[in-house]
Design a protein around this ligand. Sequence first.
Ligand SMILES: Cc1cc2nc3c(=O)[nH]c(=O)nc-3n(C[C@H](O)[C@H](O)[C@H](O)COP(=O)(O)OP(=O)(O)OC[C@H]3O[C@@H](n4cnc5c(N)ncnc54)[C@H](O)[C@@H]3O)c2cc1C
Length: 470
Amino acid sequence: MNSITQDLKRFISGDVINTPEVLTEVSQDFGGIFQKRPQVVVRPQSVNDIVQTIKYAHQKGLVISSRAAGHSLSGQPLNQDGIVLDMKGLNQITEIQKDHLWFKADAGASWGQIVNACIPNGLVPPVLTNYFDVSVGGTHSAGGIGAASFARGSQADNCLGVEVVTAEGEIVWCTPEENSELFYHVLCGYGEFGIITKLQHKLSIFPAFTRTYLLFYDDIDALLHDKRVLVTEQRVDHLVSFPIPCLQGVSRVTGTLQPLIQWFYTLRITVEANSCDTIDDEEILSGLNFYRRIHTEDLSFERFIEPMIQVDNVPSIAHPWMDVFLPESIAKNYIETTLNKLPSFLDISKTQMGCFCLVNRNNKMPLFRLPDEELIIGFGIYPSILKSQLPPILAELEKLSNISLEMGGKRYLTGWVEFNTQQWQLQFGDYWSKVHEIKKKYDPKGILNSGFFQNEEVTPSNSHYEYVAR
Ligand SMILES: Cc1cc2nc3c(=O)[nH]c(=O)nc-3n(C[C@H](O)[C@H](O)[C@H](O)COP(=O)(O)OP(=O)(O)OC[C@H]3O[C@@H](n4cnc5c(N)ncnc54)[C@H](O)[C@@H]3O)c2cc1C
């Protein structure tokens, strides 16, 4: 047993573990791209355990990383040679307020737990991600977006208060009014500015029914036009679209046979209502330019929100997922450029993709960076590939990431992110110096997380790459 483990065991009531199995388990995240190995994992049983661990890390100069469900894609909760705080055990839902429409829960609670507890009360969080096995602390540290975000913002935008343990080991309650600077930086702060221990979050009364329309497009201009209409006129409550490749034949122009791919798009829109009889299809679909209405589906609200995606975390597979936020004015150009390039380096028949919308005025979070225009088109590529395929695929994805930043887009930082200083500056713009200022103010010794927002130079001695040491 190393001395850190021995020391911590003396004053931590939860588990302090340094077995090879547990250290290996927390050495990766869902992304499977990066690897870091801490010296010890602390599973706090109380907020006081977190305070004590932070004070110890502070005193010893050790880096401490918060980790919940480990579903990040770029090693955000990983830690080299320090302490991992495994937040999953702190997962109680402490209060559901029907009259005031909010819940309070520990940061390690999953969204599945929250939904299961709220639904019998006729309540639901305003924004849900498309996957529930992630923690409330984890998504508030990133943003947390879903098909309703264009109208309701991110999950962080719907947060009413957070209890935070600071890098000095103090427990602070933060709201938009009280300790507001810390509130606005632990949210979407990836554990860099404080550890979130509890959250207070809005709830909505949910309607009985939903009607979903699947609309098919053969033209991206028509799709983008219709998204603008639906979002600005607030005709629907949920909106998401998917590019669909269709092999049309082959071209022989270059001497070798090249597949000819035509991209189509499906738009999935949903309206909520207390009775299906009150939904007027004509009003919702009027003036839209889809090629064909493929399907219409009425579901109870509870059925509608059930997540549709299922994921396997196979050790040999990596998930270099990438979401970009595009100003509406460049969305067509960027999406077409990307869709043309993808088949040259990814098996597009097996690669999930998705498009969503956001509206700038709903974003209150300074660390959740959006382009300057009002309507934002989100575009995500979600490859699942063999780890051995990572180097060439990451090189191509980096080109697409750079194009998005140079065109005025921003990245959603949950995905695969490997920025140098210049790329961080493009991401944060004028706010980049403020990020450093806030980090210095709230974590002067740099003990919280391992500098995700910094330009960490990667050398063989501190390499966290599993696939290659650059
Ligand atoms: C299958 C899948 C589907 C997804 N779908 C969506 C989606 O629809 N919408 C969306 O927005 N995102 C989505 N994501 C991304 C996911 O929501 C984020 O990666 C989220 O941060 C993961 O939460 P987690 O509990 O796994 O946190 P972890 O991966 O354990 O940690 C993520 C980050 O949060 C920090 N953190 C965790 N807990 C705390 C805490 N208590 N205090 C301070 N910092 C903390 C960590 O240090 C780390 O930086 C998806 C990811 C996967 C794998």
